[in-house]
Design a protein around this ligand. Structure first.
Ligand code: ADP
Ligand code: MG
Length: 135
């Protein structure tokens, strides 16, 4: 487990960018934490680190966004596990090369693989966030 404190959005993005360099394919990156805690900000850094071209918009209103061939960004805020399954979830997580980022992953825990990487975001003040990476 690694814990970080960031004091602005750029730092949170940077952390995502650094993590991207350590990722292997076939991983589900599960982001949890309240609204405004920094999940999308962190994802922007991750995508940058994965060499995805911006602009990256939050998929909150589309549930899923696919970047490049193998990078998927889900947002489970407004949906049920069943809705995610209906988007081809099982196939997506089965592919070794895929990198799958899920905001609000705790809402669909029952379909998240056991070996996933969990990252928790905590609001600690207007510009301060605590980020806990579990691996
Ligand atoms: P979530 O996706 O968890 O709802 P967002 O990343 O969309 O959260 O929003 C986080 C908001 O908090 C953004 O407006 C961002 O600019 C702001 N913010 C301030 N400080 C930080 C920080 N240290 N890390 C991340 N976001 C921060
Ligand atoms: Mg978000």
């Amino acid at each position: 487990m690694k814990k970080f404190i960031t004091t602005n959005a750029k730092q949170t993005q940077k952390l995502g960018e650094i993590l991207a360099g350590e990722l292997k394919g076939g991983v589900v990156i599960c982001l949890s934490g309240d609204l405004g805690s920094g999940k999308t900000t962190f994802t922007q850094g991750l995508l940058k680190g994965l060499k995805v071209e911006g602009p990256y918009t939050s998929p909150t209103f589309v549930i899923m966004k696919k970047y490049k061939k193998n990078i998927f960004h889900f947002d489970a805020y407004r949906v049920e596990a069943r809705d995610i399954l209906n988007l081809g979830w099982e196939e997506i997580i089965a592919k070794k090369n895929n990198v799958i980022i899920v905001e609000w992953a705790d809402r669909i825990k029952k379909i998240i693989p056991k070996k996933s990487l969990w990252i928790k975001f905590e609001w600690r003040g207007e510009n301060k966030r605590k980020i806990i990476i579990n691996n």
